[in-house]
Write a protein of this length. Sequence first.
Length: 321
Amino acid sequence: MTMLGTPSVPARPQGEQTGPIRFTGGHHFVLSPDADWAALLAQATAPMSVILQVTKRCDFDCNFCSETMQMRDPSLADLEAAAANLAGVQRVFLSGGEPLLRRDLLDVFDDFIIGLPTNATRGVNVAPKLAGKIAFANIGFDGPREIFQRVRGDYDKVMGGVNAFREAGIPISFSAVALRSVLHGLPYLLQIADVLDVGKLKLILPLRKGNALDLPESEFITVDEAAEHFARLIELRTTHAWTPAVRMTPWTAETEGHMLVIEPNGVVRAWPVYDQPDLWLPLGNVFTEPITEIWKRYPYQENHVRKYLGASIMTCARTDR
C-alpha cells in the first residue's frame, strides 16, 4: 500500500457490486430485497463501516464539534498496519479533525470503499489529486451563508472546495448538525444540495461533548422534533422534486454505539455509548490486532448493522434525475 506520491489509481467500479449489500449513488448501503439483515448479522465477521481518524487537527472550530482533544498524527507505518488489520471492512472513512491537513495523504487504501469526511477548505489544491482514489467526499455543509458562517466558518472558501471536488469528478455528500437555530435553513440546504447534484444530505443531532458542551440547552432538539422536521423536509423535497437522499440520525437506544471510530493512536472505540466517559467505549487497537477480533467483543453489532442499512434512522432514498 502506497501512502506517498500520486500514482495513477483506477476509479472503483461502484456500479458493478454483487452480493446482499450494495453501495448506492446516495452514498449509503442498501440490502438486496431477497436478503435478511438478521442472517447477515449472524454471518458478519467484521463491521460494515469504520471511521479512521488520520489526524485530530482542524482549521475550523465549529461550535458543535465533539472532536476537540488533540493527539499525535499516526505515522504512515501506523496507517499501513491499520489497512492490513481492516481486512473485511467494506467502507473506511478517512476522517479527522480535517484529514486534508495531512499533506502526505495523497493516496488511499485500494481495497475499500473510501469516504472522505472533510470541510473542503483545501479542496481546490487537493481534489484533483484524489480523483479516482475515493468513492465520495462527505463535506460538512450546514446551510446558507449566514448559518454556515455562524456555526462553521468561511462559506466561500468551502464552496470553492465543493466546486473543486465536483470539477475533479468526485461525487459529494453533505453532512450537517441539526441545531435548533439552523432548522429554518434546512430546506435551503437541501435545495443547495440538489443544485450541486449532491448524493446525500446527512443530518445528525449534536452530542454533549467537546465544543458542544458549551452549546445552550435550547440548541438540542428532541427525537420527536427531529422526526417532525424530517417529515417536513421530505414533503418539500417531493414538492420541489429535489433529488439527494436524506438521512437523519437520532441518538436513541437503537443507534447507541453504532459507530466504530479509530483514533490516531489506533484505539477502536464504539460511539456514542451514553454511560461512558466522553461517550467512548474502548474495544482494542487496530494497529496491533485485526478488526475481526475487535468485532467479536463489540457489544453493539446489531445497532451497527441496522443503522448502516437505514433500519434505525430516518431515511429517504435518492431520486434519479
